[in-house]
Design a protein around this ligand. Structure first.
Ligand SMILES: [Zn+2]
Length: 409
């Protein structure tokens, strides 16, 4: 009896012990599995942020920018149209957005912008009142304006220092385009920019065989400085367009927030990535540069170099200029429209196609690609205040909102 009991006990212990061992193995296997099977390929090349001076004007024509600027490769900030200065960081994630940022919940819904009169603007650190407008960074004042002004459309001031009256909205879906990052409420511009995109989108689709294009940041409803992402894009004449074909379906708002544009540049920032660069991208850039009211198309230097190699004599080549970042999108800048006497022109491009070794060498120098780290982190530049903008921008900020789209009289 005792013996049978002992055997039984032994068997039970062995069974339980084995069971535990099995369970443990399974657990170990579960823990180890992801390690040996990475979910994602190696981290993509820095999704770059347009660096602080990106797109700032005038783009370097002959001379190098005076201020040392960290190259994209050093810039840890993710994402296409990206944060730079004071960036609340890439993704427009509502939870991480600082209070002063336009909260994601107030972004206009996909199809129909909400009737969002200025008074319902999200709370800001310092509410924009008559009292503190002069002491609040202009980017916060302009970001809080959710609708454009009434009145005739006018681009006012300079691309990195101005504002927009009578802005119009690019519909978020068109036959050959879709707007990305809807939460940013930056699909506004001078009517000439919207007309340009309505014309360029089908032309680019035709030239590339793509279904259409993906449009990133344009301007805020009243233009002005932006809380993150760009120094320019202030007068409603700048737009970022992604190096990525529009997919065949209507993207969900979430897809528009989370999808990243394609990086065409190799990790050394001197060559293209043969896995992502295609002849369609060259056709896409050429089509943009060929449009008559386009003054500049900014691209990464590695892309410019390839375009030069393929056809340096092209008539549109001079408009395509290298600039920091811009490895996953082009930045298109239109000329000042005739209806905007207060729009400040930038210097026209010279006959120089920008393809000479000398012109390109700067962009591949250590100074740009591997700048020495400053001993102390550079202080962020002082933000633009309302007083730094053309006086008319104060009126733009104070003007009644265009509420037609909201269904109000
Ligand atoms: Zn841009």
């Amino acid at each position: 009896m005792k013996l049978r009991y002992a055997i039984l006990l032994g068997l039970t212990a062995a069974f339980v012990g084995g069971g535990v061992a099995v369970v443990r193995q399974v657990k170990i296997a579960q823990v180890q599995a992801p390690a040996s099977a990475p979910e994602q390929p190696a981290a993509p090349a820095p999704q770059a942020a347009e660096p602080v001076a990106a797109e700032d004007t005038p783009p370097p024509e002959v001379t190098a920018p005076a201020a040392p600027i960290r190259p994209t490769v050093e810039n840890p900030l993710p994402e296409n149209p990206t944060p730079l200065v004071n960036a609340p960081q890439a993704g427009p994630r509502a939870v991480t957005a600082p209070p002063a940022e336009p909260a994601i919940v107030t972004a206009p819904p996909l199809e129909a912008p909400a009737p969002a009169p200025a008074v319902t603007a999200p709370p800001m650190e310092k509410p924009a009142t008559a009292d503190n407008k002069d002491s609040t960074a202009a980017k916060l004042l302009f970001a809080a304006a959710k609708l454009p002004t009434l009145g005739k459309a006018m681009a006012i001031g300079y691309y990195p220092r101005g504002c927009l009256q009578g802005g119009v909205e690019l519909p978020v879906n068109g036959p050959t385009w879709q707007v990305m990052r809807l939460s940013r409420n930056r699909n506004w511009g001078h009517p000439s920019l919207v007309q340009f995109l309505e014309k360029f989108a089908p032309a680019a689709a035709k030239a590339t065989g793509w279904k259409g294009i993906l449009i990133g940041d344009m301007a805020q409803p009243r233009g002005g400085p932006l809380p993150f992402g760009h120094l320019s894009h202030q007068v409603g004449l700048d737009v970022d367009i992604w190096f990525m074909p529009m997919p065949g379906h209507v993207l969900t708002p979430e897809e528009r927030e989370k999808t990243s544009a394609t990086n065409l540049v190799a990790d050394d920032w001197k060559h293209l990535n043969p896995k992502t660069w295609t002849p369609q991208h060259a056709a896409f850039i050429r089509t943009a540069a060929e449009q008559p009211n386009v003054e500049r198309v900014l691209v990464n230097a590695a892309i410019k170099q390839e375009l030069c190699r393929a056809d340096s004599k092209a008539s549109w080549m001079a408009k395509v200029r290298p600039w920091y970042g811009h490895h996953d999108h082009i930045h298109v800048r239109l000329a000042c429209p005739a209806d905007s006497p207060n729009c400040r022109k930038q210097p026209p491009v010279t006959g120089d196609d920008g393809c000479s070794d000398k012109a390109l060498a700067f962009w591949f120098s250590d100074k740009v690609l591997h700048p020495p780290k400053p001993a102390t982190p550079a202080k962020p530049p002082k933000p633009l205040m309302l007083a730094d903008l053309p006086p008319a921008c104060k009126s733009v900020l104070d003007a009644p909102a265009k509420t037609v789209k909201a269904g109000l009289p």
